[in-house]
Ligand binder design. Structure first.
Ligand SMILES: [Zn+2]
Ligand SMILES: [Zn+2]
Ligand SMILES: [Zn+2]
Length: 352
């Protein structure tokens, strides 16, 4: 069934609300006239994202006609503002502690200024959306290669921060990152035992269980449960389900994330230093080897409470990943320099 939206063309913003009611949360959509239906609490978030993804899929607009919806509403969705700038992408934003979810076209500047929001990685868009966008620019043939490994990992970390429940452990986030980047066209993924061992997740079943409880994936029963060679799972995240077939460059991004999780002694420190190592490497300039980012952004993307930051930084210090790290006491900004040997490779950020 194709969903018809009542939005005039060009107004690419969709909002759903999960209202708590006795039979479970009920989904209400601003664009859909019909009232909501009760959902199981555990699947409410994925149902909300599925609904939004369906609107975005059915309301395709060539990329040159897309405008910053935040700007058109007076930039009320964020506080700081220095004017719209950058390319227009879909931004998934969460308000009122996950009760309200909004998907909207947004410029890069507004996206960066919006709290609790993530740019939807372009791998998540359906092939038809991409094709329509590209044909709007008059392009033909195979799609361009898209962002480099570093950008893909950065965007996926940010998207997962929005798509996974707040308390999701670092081990489950590391696993989700690998699954999202490695899945095939029907949202199935096979994670070899060797990869799990490399991430020090080989003997852990809890990250899998945690992602299942969040209704983000579901494992296929198989020999892996008894120490087999791989775990096979299907991702249930409906936003991800619509993406174009697995592409080698996305798998390269998964390998990039894997390498970034293993520098120095990061792997010995456990999943959190590993995840933070991936995050820092993803935000490090390959040319200069340094980075600057808000510490609350790191906490959100890596799933820890900001009060735990000093402890996280101490663990990071022990990994040998960093040459220097400063936290600005006023702004909370992190400024770091990676140790020479762990710099992202030049080819990792876009050039083939
Ligand atoms: Zn709707
Ligand atoms: Zn704005
Ligand atoms: Zn804007």
């Amino acid at each position: 069934m194709r969903l018809r939206t009542t939005c005039p063309a060009g107004r690419r913003t969709w909002t759903v609300e999960l209202r708590p009611q006795t039979g479970g949360p009920v989904l209400f959509c601003e664009q859909c006239p019909a009232g909501g239906r009760p959902l199981a609490a555990a699947s409410a978030r994925s149902a909300a994202l599925a609904h939004l993804a369906r609107h975005a899929r059915c309301d395709v607009l060539p990329v040159h006609m897309r405008t910053c919806q935040c700007h058109e509403r007076g930039c009320r969705w964020h506080s700081r503002h220095r004017g719209c700038a950058g390319s227009i992408r879909l931004l998934l934003a969460r308000e009122r502690r996950g009760r309200v979810w909004r998907l909207a076209d947004s410029c890069a500047a507004c996206a960066a200024a919006t709290d609790h929001a993530a740019v939807v990685p372009d791998t998540i868009l359906s092939a038809s959306v991409l094709a329509a966008c590209e044909s709007g620019r008059g392009r033909r043939g195979r799609l361009p290669r898209g962002p480099g490994e570093q950008t893909r990992v950065r965007e996926m970390l940010s998207y997962l921060a929005a798509a996974l429940p707040d308390g999701t452990e670092a081990s489950a986030r590391l696993l989700a990152l690998q699954c999202a980047l490695r899945m095939n066209a029907v949202a199935e993924v096979r994670i070899p035992a060797g990869l799990l061992r490399a991430l020090r997740l080989g003997n852990r079943t809890d990250p899998w269980r945690e992602l299942e409880q969040a209704r983000w994936l579901s494992r296929f029963p198989g020999p892996a449960d008894s120490g087999g060679t791989a775990v096979v799972a299907r991702l249930l995240d409906a936003g991800l389900l619509t993406q174009s077939p697995a592409r080698p460059d996305r798998r390269r991004a998964a390998d990039w994330a894997l390498r970034s999780a293993l520098p120095g002694r990061a792997a010995e420190g456990g999943p959190l230093p590993q995840l933070v190592a991936v995050w820092l490497t993803a935000y490090t300039s390959p040319e200069r080897g340094d980075g600057l980012m808000e510490s609350d952004r790191m906490a959100r993307d890596c799933g820890f409470d900001l009060s735990a930051l000093p402890d996280v930084l101490r663990q990071l210090d022990a990994t040998g990943l960093l040459k220097s790290l400063d936290v600005c006491p006023d702004s909370g900004d992190l400024r770091w320099k990676l140790a020479e040997q762990w710099l992202p490779r030049q080819g990792d950020h876009g050039a083939p």
